[in-house]
Write a protein that binds this ligand. Structure first.
Ligand SMILES: [Zn+2]
Length: 320
């Protein structure tokens, strides 16, 4: 009985030596490649994100350890976004993909499933938010995806990003945890600053009229009623009847201002403004709000905190 075991052991050892030799060879090849072409080598984790709100979040938590490719820049509407061939490549080459989920990226669901099956970590930043904290929007039980306009829900999104990074790169866990705590502190200050500013708007004037329903969480947190021409997704045409009905309500209630969104054509809000004025109520466009995308990178509004502050200041100025 011993002899066959010994032969078996020798065979296994021989195979293992063979495999290690192949690994050493491959490693050496990789190193030679890196020296010859330093650009091909990066220790950073390659991350692909969808909206620039998520890009900003991942960059804050990942810091120097990540290289983030965001598919959607400023002014891009995620509800209607269809990925290009180069987007699909970027998704396939990513170490981790972070997306919003809750059907925000309505045309991309199949790609996330496919790439997830191929072994890449594909994480929805909304995945840990308990259903009782989400707003239900319609009879089909769809949840509102615009979670980033509630700072507390965005805190949960930040934790998902930190956990995803720690699992992928445990050696830098402490660093991700430190970045997370620093960022959560900043979010906390943002929320208290927002609350202080909003207090200057009398509660009966807290009505936000926008093109699409992106601010339900915002309204829920800060006591605003939201009146939108379109529903929660931009994937439907706003009809003349909807605009007329809304114009009636706005003139009856003497609402002071309407708001344009950066990721949606201003045409529907301009049509609404004209319809309200036809009814004899003088209304203004109170400014432009960031809804489904934040601003240009490198500007104050190119961060989530900067864009949120811009929105609050614009709303307070128009409605107080
Ligand atoms: Zn939206």
């Amino acid at each position: 009985m011993k002899k066959p075991i010994l032969v078996g052991t020798i065979v296994i050892v021989a195979i293992l030596i063979g495999i290690s030799a192949i690994f050493v060879q491959n490693n050496d090849d990789a190193k030679i490649n890196d020296i010859e072409n330093p650009d091909s080598y990066s220790e950073k984790i390659a991350i692909t994100t969808t909206t620039n709100v998520i890009t900003d979040l991942v960059e804050n938590i990942g810091g120097d350890h990540v290289s983030v490719t965001g598919l959607m820049g400023p002014g891009i509407d995620p509800h209607l976004y269809r990925p290009s061939a180069s987007d699909v490549k970027s998704l396939q080459n990513a170490d981790i993909i972070f997306y919003n989920g809750l059907d925000l990226e309505g045309k991309m669901g199949d790609i996330f499933v496919k790439i997830g099956r191929e072994g890449t970590s594909v994480l929805a930043v909304s995945e840990n938010i308990p259903p009782e904290s989400l707003l239900i929007l319609d009879a089909n039980g769809n949840f509102d995806p615009h979670i980033w306009w509630d700072v507390e829900l965005w805190t949960e999104a930040a934790k998902v990003v930190a956990t995803g990074l720690k699992e992928y790169d445990p050696n830098n866990s402490e660093n991700y945890e430190k970045n997370l705590l620093e960022y959560l502190n900043q979010l906390d200050s943002l929320n208290s600053n927002n609350l202080n500013k909003i207090n200057s708007i009398p509660s009966e004037q807290r009505v936000l009229v926008t093109a699409h329903d992106a601010f339900q969480y915002f309204g829920h947190t800060y006591g605003f009623e939201e009146l939108a021409i379109q529903g929660w997704s931009t994937d439907s045409e706003a009809g003349i009847k909807e605009i007329q009905n809304l114009a009636d309500e706005i003139s009856k209630r003497k609402i002071k201002a309407l708001f344009v969104e950066t990721s949606i054509s201003p045409a529907t809000i301009e049509a609404l403004k004209a319809a309200v004025q036809d009814k004899g109520h003088d209304i203004v466009i109170g400014g432009e709000l960031f809804s489904d995308a934040i601003g240009e990178k490198g500007t104050a509004e190119g961060t989530y905190i900067g864009a949120f502050t811009h929105n609050i200041d614009t709303i307070v100025k128009a409605l107080k």
